[in-house]
Structure formats: C-alpha cells, structure tokens
Design a protein. Sequence first.
Length: 510
Amino acid sequence: MTQAPPEDHRGRALYRAEQVRELDRRVIASGVAGFALMQRAAASAWRYLRATWPEVRHLSVLCGGGNNGGDGHVLAALAAAEGLSVQRILVKPVESLEGDARRAAEMADAAGVGRQPWKDGTTLSGELVVDALLGTGLAGEVRGASRSAIAAINASGRPVLAIDIPSGLHADTGAELGEAVRATHTITFIGDKLGLHTGRGPARVGKLVVDDLAAPREAFEGMTPAAWRLGRALIAALLPPRERNAHKGAMGHALVLGGATGMGGAGLLAAEACARLGAGKVSLATDPAHVAASLIRRPEVMAHGVRGLADLGELPQKADVLVVGPGLGRGSWGQAMLQAALAAERPLVVDADALNLLAERLAGQWRDDWILTPHPGEAARLLGIGTADVEADRPAAAQALQQRFGGVVVLKGAGSLVAGPAGLAVCPCGNPGMASGGMGDALSGMLGALVAQGLSLEMAARLGVLVHALAADMAARQGGERGLLAGDLASCARILVNPTMDEDDAVATR
Ligand SMILES: NC(=O)C1=CN([C@@H]2O[C@H](COP(=O)(O)OP(=O)(O)OC[C@H]3O[C@@H](n4cnc5c(N)ncnc54)[C@H](OP(=O)(O)O)[C@@H]3O)[C@@H](O)[C@H]2O)[C@@H](O)CC1
Ligand SMILES: Nc1ncnc2c1ncn2[C@@H]1O[C@H](COP(=O)(O)OP(=O)(O)O)[C@@H](O)[C@H]1O
Ligand SMILES: [K+]
C-alpha cells in the first residue's frame, strides 16, 4: 500500500524540488541505499498501476536519462516479471546513463525486457503509458527527444501514469516548460510537490497519490514546507460550533463598498456571500441605483445608497471590517470609496478595481491589516510585470506581492495561493465552472465575513479561499460546471461552514 504523509489541520506539507532532493539525501543517509529507494518508488508505482488498471496487459514505459527514468526501468522489469508485455522506450542510450539510472536500465536489460530508442513517429503501442521521462531534475524548457516524446504521449489518447511529476511540469512553480504530459494519474514520492497544485499542475496531474516510501519522520525534521495544501480539517479547526448565547453583535459587522453605476451585481454578490458565511451584520455602500435590487434580493443586508463621501458618513467606522472593490470602477466614485476605506483604520479586504486603483495611484502602500485578492492580471499590474510572468511562477508572485504590500495576499486562479506571515498555502479545490463573472466578488465577501467573526487575516484568507472553492465544487456536483454562477456559491458555502451538517442531507437555500 502507498503510505501517504501525515496531515494536520494546516493540510499537507508541500515541498520544492530542491527540498525533496534533500529529503532523498537524508533518507539515503539514514541507511536506505539510493537504488533501494528507487526500487521502492518503482514498486509503489507498479502496485498502484496494477490496482488501478488490473485489466491492462501491455504497457509503454518512456524512460528519461535520470533517476526518473530509472524508476521507469525498474517498473518495466516488475511488469514484465508479472507477464505483461512492455514497450520500453529510452530517450537516451543506456551507455550515456549514470549511477542508479544506469543500474536500473541494465537490470531491466538483464531481465529480458526489450528496449528501443525514442524516434519521432514511434507508435506507443501500450494500452497504458507510463511517463518516466523527467522528474524533479527538470531544468529549463524541455529539449530534444523528451519534447517530442511528451507530445507523443499527449497525442496517444491513452491513460497516462506519471512517475513523480508529469514530465515538463515544473515541480516548484506548476509552470509548463514547453509542453508537459497530461497525466490521468500521478504518483509522487517522498514529499508532495508545490508545483503539482498550482498553475498548470492541477490540469496536468490528474488523480494524485503520494507515497512517502516509508521515509523516516526524522528526515522531515527542521524542513519548513514550501507551502501547505489546504484541506477540509481547517474548517472545523477554525470554526467551532457557536456558543449557545451568541448574538449578532459578537459576530462582527462587515461593510462592503462596491457597485458603481452599472456594476451593482458585484456589490450584491459580495454582501450576500458575506451574510451566508455568518457575519453578524452586513452593510453595503453602493450607488443609490442598486439599493432597491439589494433589498429585494437580500433584505438582511443593510443597503445604503451612497453618491459620494458625504453620504458615507460614519459607516466605515461602524464596521469591524471593510470589503472594498467589487464593482468599484476606477472613476471618481470608486476612488472616493477606496480613500474612505483606506482612512477608516479598519482591516480591509481589497479586491478588483480597488487593486487596480492601488496599482495606478497608490504604489508603495504597505499595511499589515489587509487581504489583497488579485487575479493574475491584477497581480501583474501591482507588480509592474506581465500576466505571463505571474503565471510562470505563481508562488514567487504571491510572495513578492506580500512582501511589497504587506498583509495577506490571495493570488487567485486554479490552485489559488495564500501568502502571509505564516508562509504559503495552496487551495487544491475549485473547478473551471468558476471561470465566470462574479466569483471573485463572492470570495471577497466570504473573506470579510470570516474576518468579522474574529479570525486572523491569514486564517480568514486560507479558510475563505478553501470554502469558496469547495462551495463551487459542491454546486458543480449538483448542476455541472458549465453555467455555474457566483450566486450559487453562498448557499453551498453556508453548509460547509457548519461542519457538523451532513452535506448530502443539507438543502441549499437560495
Ligand atoms: N534516490 C533518489 O534520489 C530517488 C529519486 N527518485 C526519482 O528520481 C527523480 C529525480 O531524478 P534526477 O535527479 O536524476 O532527475 P530527473 O528528473 O530524472 O531529470 C534528470 C534527467 O532529465 C534531463 N533533463 C533535465 N532537464 C531537461 C530538459 N529541460 N529537457 C530535456 N531533458 C532534461 C537530464 O538530462 P541532462 O540535462 O543531464 O542532459 C537528465 O537526464 C525523481 O523525480 C524520482 O522520480 C525516486 O526514484 C526516489 C529515489
Ligand atoms: N479553473 C479554475 N479552477 C479553480 N478556481 C478558479 C478557476 N477559475 C476561476 N477560479 C476562481 O474563481 C475566482 C475568480 O475571481 P475573479 O477573476 O476575480 O472573478 P470576478 O472578477 O469575475 O469576480 C477566483 O477565486 C479563482 O481562483
Ligand atoms: K515523470
């Protein structure tokens, strides 16, 4: 059986390639020979393959020139020993291999497993493809034979088991370096890797299992994970049942500032999501044209028609947290609302056009009491770089934003990242149905609700991002991804923030 690493309420520890190499070294230093570790990895992958595809009789195993390829050779030998026919393909000649990889290739040779060099146009004949081309040793854009071998795997239409990492995916950043294997399944070893969970990772990894290869716990001592993969345990850890005598005054008051002329829905969505996540009171400061709509949709929200600063009065001071940005626009109204929010001496959730205004006019602002929630485009504007640069290294972009602007930064998009004083966290949930307008507005409202209820900004950000994505997954299970609406999330999120509810029995209210 694969042995998954332990998890606690923080989630699962994720590492960078360099850290995993260090873990490998420590395990080897503890007395497990490198080749024995490779055999464990290959045996684990083989057991997983057998359990997942018991009917498969013919495999194509593509082996690279390093130890990832070594895993492939050993797996090929194990499969052949159990009577499967194996097409073993090498992108580098055996004579050029070194160390354990060479030993593994020669072992497969000695066991009579046939091999052939990769050539453009080689047909992958297996019912299933094992990708053992590139692992944690990937450096730079994929070159040479590996490049065309990856393209051939992707064109094969077969299920693909990636060994350790889908080849071509960067273990640290989740960026695709040229082209990465689109695996249906990935088995990763020793420690889980950050790049499997953000950027292109979730789209390339398929179903993921982690096997720590029985690495001794001491090997992990003193190694600070690169990030935490958020998991459901966080919900119950941060949201215990309420005291029986709870009252709305103790559950916090959130004020949403948003909804300039023509963008009223954004403010409404944020306010509704805020209310559904349990803020004691929710106020909305919006263009007067949107007040009636807000009252009809959510009479629980106190909607204030605000034409400018004079109308806002003392509203910001009455709130415990301000959410500024949804539908804010970049015009004079939005600028005035942002100025008021920044001056209010309250913790802030800053989203959407409030971030664009910050980037345009307020560069250099630094606060420790705000959560910034940029999508990659907004992040790029804040950093003064291109969106592609952000996507090329999402963890670095999130951390750079946090260092430059302070507080807590949520970098949105598949595998949303939360960067704060406690480090980096990544959200493994969510789905492409969330690629629809208003989803970010719902998120900002949720974050406001959690801050209002007393969570630290960082824990509010981690929990809010997780609940938002889980709510979208729940809504997608009910009605599919396409056509998923931001307005569908709040009622599902309500069920999630009451972890004693049975999700299947709970009825989502509108
Ligand atoms: N004992 C252990 O430590 C254990 C390690 N384990 C396994 O080892 C893996 C790590 O092995 P690793 O360090 O040998 O690196 P790996 O991923 O095979 O890559 C190196 C090869 O890739 C090539 N290459 C690099 N970049 C390239 C590019 N852009 N484009 C094209 N080619 C490129 C590079 O070629 P070169 O640059 O040398 O020409 C070299 O041939 C790890 O993921 C896990 O699966 C497990 O068995 C558990 C025990
Ligand atoms: N493919 C996806 N997988 C997971 N989450 C996604 C995906 N696409 C979008 N999201 C999430 O949906 C939200 C979209 O936010 P944003 O782009 O600000 O939307 P809007 O501006 O329309 O409100 C973010 O939380 C983002 O992480
Ligand atoms: K691989």
